[in-house]
Design a protein around this ligand. Structure first.
Ligand code: FES
Length: 158
């Protein structure tokens, strides 16, 4: 299940304080915020900027540059379909098309019932078992369309 805690400025300040002494603290802070809240809330940007002596634009720039960071809250489960080379050669595009139809959501979108956010990603480190899919923090290999259906049904039984 993706992090879905409601926004809390106090909690965000604690998370920032816990990571601010790390070298190159910006990325660890953003990852920790997203892990907790499910996205980088707009309200987090000025807090991070002030704490690290950066401009808001600089923090915004980093959030938008890295595809890993989300600006809006995800569904209850995040489904990542790999479309990098090894997976492509094993039918990843067909699998992604299937996922899009099955969930009625394009990459970057969340299903109408809030159950799944679909994301297309580039390499999940599971190339030997392509095509690869990650649902929340669980990695799956050699995923066929039928297996994709079974895995998503397992997370959210109809
Ligand atoms: S290319 Fe898909 S997991 Fe590496």
């Amino acid at each position: 299940m993706a992090g879905t805690a409601p926004w809390s400025e106090d909690r965000a300040r604690t998370i920032i304080a816990d990571h601010r002494s790390l070298r190159g603290a910006l990325l660890p802070i953003l990852h920790a915020l997203q892990e907790h809240f499910g996205c980088i809330d707009d309200a987090a940007v000025p807090l991070v900027a002030a704490e690290l002596n950066l401009s808001r634009a600089e923090v915004h720039g980093v959030v938008s540059f890295y595809h890993d960071f989300r600006r809006t809250r995800p569904g209850r489960h995040v489904v990542k379909v790999c479309r990098a080379e090894a997976c492509q050669s094993m039918g990843a595009e067909r699998l992604l098309d299937h996922a899009r139809r099955r969930l009625s959501a394009a990459p970057g979108e969340t299903t109408a019932d809030g159950a799944f956010t679909l994301e297309a990603v580039y390499c999940l480190g599971n190339c030997a078992l392509s095509p690869a899919v990650m649902i929340d923090d669980r990695l799956h290999g050699r995923v066929t369309p039928a297996r994709f259906d079974a895995l998503t049904r397992q997370e959210e039984p109809a």
